[in-house]
Design a protein around this ligand. Structure first.
Ligand SMILES: [Zn+2]
Length: 145
């Protein structure tokens, strides 16, 4: 199956590569939110965050910070976003794990206006917390990562 990020990693597709380690690579997004918008990608092909092994995760997050600091130093943006989309419903369009690092400016035209839900009651909120907490407890007890 063809993957545009694997093509870049193999140097078979054009990209402006900024930085790389044995496990991660950073290159400019060809459809930037703002100029300098960068993708930080695991070098091995994994679909999403939950497939990423711990060593790749740690390396990718180190590279993420290197890139974020360089973007801030280079462009002095008013802020920056780091985001990661997992699954088509979440906006993932290339199914090879990546973080986005996007410089942000006041009045840059990007509006994220979610329709916030409101929990019906403290009990409903507690139920959602319990369902997540129970899964964390299960994984922690079994020693999974
Ligand atoms: Zn890939």
């Amino acid at each position: 199956m063809s993957c545009p990020f694997c093509d870049i990693i193999r140097r078979e597709a054009y990209a402006q590569i900024l930085f790389e380690t044995p496990l991660s690579i950073a290159f400019l997004d060809v459809k930037p939110i703002n100029f300098g918008h960068t993708l930080v990608v695991s070098k091995k092909h994994f679909t999403g965050l939950l497939e990423l092994p711990q060593d790749s995760y740690e390396d990718v997050t180190r590279t993420l910070r290197v890139v974020a600091e360089a973007i801030v130093d280079a462009f002095q943006p008013a802020g920056f976003n780091i985001f990661n989309n997992n699954g088509a419903a979440a906006g993932q369009s290339v199914f090879h794990f990546h973080f986005h690092v996007a410089p942000r400016y006041n009045e840059d035209g990007l509006k994220i206006r979610p329709y916030f839900k409101i929990y019906d009651s403290p009990e409903q909120m507690a139920e959602y917390a319990k369902r997540i907490r129970d899964k964390i407890d299960l994984k922690e007890k079994s020693g999974e990562q």
